[in-house]
Design a protein around this ligand. Structure first.
Ligand SMILES: Cc1cc2nc3c(=O)[nH]c(=O)nc-3n(C[C@H](O)[C@H](O)[C@H](O)COP(=O)(O)OP(=O)(O)OC[C@H]3O[C@@H](n4cnc5c(N)ncnc54)[C@H](O)[C@@H]3O)c2cc1C
Length: 498
């Protein structure tokens, strides 16, 4: 008989698990609190403007390719990924503008022309990032580090014996300063720690692997926007018989002893419904799964997860803006003047930064239907602390003022007169709309050396039949990693349950 699986949540992790499990012959039903799939990777419409609400840059396209291939499809038949010539345009307070070209020669030349660093320093640095990637990817990303068989493989041994080479003992900032003299170059590369929601002045330099992912493997946009990926997954899941139950929040995972027996959810009509399942995959936040869905606050895993520091949160302004801004690329960063202070304010004082680094993503630059003629859709993000008793109304108002003032001074415009549509995503909304613990956007931060080993494994040790995927589980947050988490959860299920 086909085994039945309930997937709690239809974020990208839940969708990749659902697709692969349905292909392996499982009877899959996805429960989602919201009215549509996507979770943090969603789509927002404000009159004639469309916005991707969360992720905006696509890396490690081979992860998508492999998942599609495993499901029997060819990625290029469904999604068009376009490699970026300029990955990101960086603006500094002193007027310097650095284009981070995807082409290494062009990027090295740009750094040589715009900073006091040399083109060979960039090449040496990216070689170093690649070495970390080669030593860590198998063990920390593509497989589970808690799987004994994986840990005993020759490659894993090599990684573990090479702790110095994977640079666990220095921070991201310390390592970057050893390669570059110019604070601008250091700041540019320190920024990559935020891709895992972490603090570059605390997180281990092992995270510098991300730079290889972006420059060595390449950075992409998706024709139609990021939400297109969600739509394609959803449609393929439907085609393969996956059932979706929207507006249905799971309240409880039911147990028979320590084994899964099913779930209890609130239906669209507000009724409490119990349904039996052989297996459960939780794409919900790990901490919430233990505390709220299993009512487990005492087991080792539940306690351990509660003690972890959440990742960064964010404030995002979705602005419909009048005009076409040729100074801006699809992805842009307006840097703060004191990056260390910015992270001190966020992680130590738990305050929104007084001088925030601003990220502007404009999908209408390549997807022209996302904004009317003569307008652009600006996704404007600043890093913020996770929820910790702040007065958010005050913080958001202050941040809005700071952001507009800074954009005006960097781009020499009067933004207040150009915004015609507005919506704001706050840490509180991230928590309420996606169930993310304290509004974190990448699960737990990697501000400590051991974070990679501490993430929730994709298979529960305590509860028989319970699996995890999504940003707070192994291998972590961000599009490629959550897709991998869904794939790893599906693989664990196939290894254990068939
Ligand atoms: C503002 C922002 C910017 C980002 N930028 C980037 C970026 O540039 N690049 C990148 O790679 N990543 C980025 N990310 C991170 C990326 O979006 C996430 O890591 C990824 O989308 C999370 O996927 P997930 O599988 O963990 O599911 P989530 O997106 O967290 O979705 C979980 C789903 O589960 C549902 N759910 C939770 N509890 C229940 C329940 N009890 N019952 C039913 N349903 C439930 C939720 O409603 C939600 O739909 C960003 C995120 C945000 C918010």
């Amino acid at each position: 008989m086909r085994k039945s699986v309930a997937i709690i949540g239809s974020g990208l992790g839940g969708l990749s698990s659902a697709l692969l499990l349905s292909k392996k012959g499982f009877d899959v039903k996805v429960f989602e609190t919201n009215g549509k799939s996507g979770g943090k990777a969603n789509s927002l419409r404000l009159n004639n403007f469309r916005f991707d609400t969360g992720p905006s840059l696509i890396t490690m396209p081979f992860v998508l390719e492999e998942i599609f291939e495993e499901a029997g499809y060819k990625l290029s038949d469904y999604l068009k990924l376009i490699k970026l010539d300029i990955i990101c345009k960086y603006f500094y307070a002193d007027g310097t503008v650095i284009n981070a070209f995807g082409d290494l020669e062009k990027f090295a030349e740009e750094i040589k022309n715009k900073t006091i660093d040399t083109s060979s320093s960039i090449k040496n640095y990216l070689d170093y990032c690649k070495k970390i990637y080669d030593l860590t990817t198998d063990i920390f990303l593509l497989n589970s580090p808690t799987n004994i068989k994986n840990l005993l493989s020759a490659k894993s041994f090599k990684s573990l014996l090479n702790l110095k080479n994977i640079d666990v003992f220095r921070t991201v900032d310390e390592a970057n300063k050893s390669f570059f003299k110019d604070p601008k170059t250091v700041q540019l590369f320190n920024r990559y720690a935020t891709y895992s929601g972490s603090n570059p002045y605390k997180a281990p330099a092992t995270l510098n692997t991300i730079q290889h992912v972006e420059y060595g493997i390449g950075s992409y946009i998706c024709e139609g926007g990021v939400y297109k990926i969600v739509e394609v997954f959803y449609n393929l899941c439907k085609e393969n018989g996956v059932q979706f139950q929207f507006n249905s929040a799971v309240k409880k995972i039911n147990l028979n002893g320590n084994s899964i027996s099913g779930i209890e959810y609130t239906s669209e009509e507000g009724r409490s419904v119990i349904e039996n399942f052989d297996l459960v995959v939780s794409n919900a936040d790990v901490n919430t799964t233990y505390k709220k869905l299993l009512n487990d606050t005492s087991s080792k895993s539940a306690k351990r997860y509660e003690s972890f520091e959440p990742s960064l949160s964010a404030i995002v302004f979705y602005w419909g803006v009048k005009g076409n801004f040729s100074k801006l690329e699809t992805h842009n960063i307006l840097f703060s003047t004191d990056y260390k202070k910015e992270f001190y304010e966020i992680f130590e004082l738990k305050k929104c930064p007084s001088d925030p680094t601003i990220y502007i993503y404009i999908s209408s630059k390549f997807n022209i239907s996302d904004a009317p003629d003569g307008y652009e859709n600006w996704f404007v993000l600043v890093n913020s602390p996770y929820i910790s008793g702040q007065d958010w109304k005050k913080e958001i108002n202050l941040t809005r003022e700071r952001v507009i003032k800074k954009i005006n001074s960097y781009l020499k415009i009067d933004l207040n007169t150009l915004i015609i549509e507005e919506e704001v995503l706050t840490p509180e909304k991230i928590e309420s709309q996606t169930g993310s613990r304290l509004g974190s956007i990448y699960g737990i931060s990697s501000n400590s050396r051991s974070a990679a080993f501490l993430r929730q494994p994709n298979k529960s040790k305590k509860y028989e039949g319970l699996y995890f995927c999504g940003g707070s589980a192994h291998p972590g947050g961000g599009i490629p990693l959550v897709l991998l988490s869904g794939k790893l959860a599906a693989e664990e299920i196939c290894n254990n349950e068939i």
